[in-house]
Design a protein. Sequence first.
Lengths: 319, 149
Amino acid sequence: MSETEQKLRIEARALLEQGRVDYIIGYETGSLKFTTTPLITTNKDDVDRLVINPFIVNNLSVFLRETSGKAGIVAKGCDSRSIVSLIQDQQLARENIVIIGVPCSGVVDLKKVERLTGKDRDELDDIIWEGDKAVVTIGGVKKEFQAREVLLDDCLSCEVPVPQEYDILLDEVGPLVCDKELSRSHIKGLEDMPPEQRWQFWKNEFSRCIRCYACRQVCPACFCERCFVEESEPQWVSPLPKWQDNLIFQVGRMIHVAGRCTDCGECERACPVNIPLRSLSKKMEEIVEELFHYRAGTDKEAPPLMAAYKVDEAEDFIR
Amino acid sequence: MNQTSEWEPKILGLLCKWCSYAGADLAGTSRKKYPANIRIIKIPCSGRIDPLLIIRALRSGFDGILVSGCHPGDCHYQTGNYRARRRIAITKRFLEYMGVEPQRIQASWVSASEGGKFAEVVTEVTRDLKEINPNRLFTDERDGTKTTH
């Protein structure tokens, strides 16, 4: 058990015991090796199951709206942005949340480790961070990898490894490794295509969509009580999973979460048919930043993007 | 559909009732000539425009969409056009990234006194759209789906 983990358990137990929170939302070890799964508990004995490791991938802020009362939540830098974004949208009251900030060294993409080592996850003994290197132990032999080789694509564009909004900060942060170009290489590839080819690409991708709405359910920014896809008057999209409607659903969703989406990448990870949704959400984040110099979830006092305006902005396309 | 010289783009005009719709009226009463490619829907304010309306218009086969409202500062509801501007800006840029030609999504500020400008805008938009192909974005060769054109 790491020192951070120890601190987390002590803090979480104290929060529950003192009655400062009703729930603790954190991570516990998953059923598969090198995975974690969300742990939501009111029981102080469960806090000993909480873990902090290089696999705490989920953005737990999505659960905040599902728990009533006060919640203590384990948040990485990126997750804290989602929480702030929810506060901006008045979906949460700041005083009802205790943010337990975890300085994050980045989340390891197990697929990348498997590819690099040529081993299956069960053959790997351990993966830990040592500074900016990931150390993988296989059969007692240690192998070092550069962070940028094994980090999740999301983490490659990381700017805030330390939560900007927190009540308790657990530890010092390791070195920030990011590689923005590598992180947006897929978007770059798409931008270089002619428009017809790009449309064809997305058409192919969305012809696989089975409209399971996992992307929507896992998204902290998708908090509408009733989603536009379920409206029947007017019926914006047909419930049948035809590529046209699948595409319209996702475009509509991306536009709706513009200015809320922090590019946490949960939608892409949740997608059962591997549609590269981050290539849409990240691009939307870029567009919003370029046009309005706005970054979601960085200022809890700021009005939400679409509820505000400036007199002089984005005029160039208007006749 | 073959693109021939006779091909005429179909444009959906979403005009705010306080400025642009009155501007379009003025264009008519002052006998300004402009292409008959635009189909106009009167809307209460450009801030009424949900990006989904734009996408839906493309899905149903319109070659282009023109959203038109009051000049900045002149909105009947004070801020509707500023809000519309943010929404349309991201919609346009995002759809462009997905592969929709930028000419398809157009916006203008036309006041009630600008009949001449309205005629010019429609002429320009029509010209822009004639430079690109008819909207076949949502047609599907495989299952024979046709957009209603």
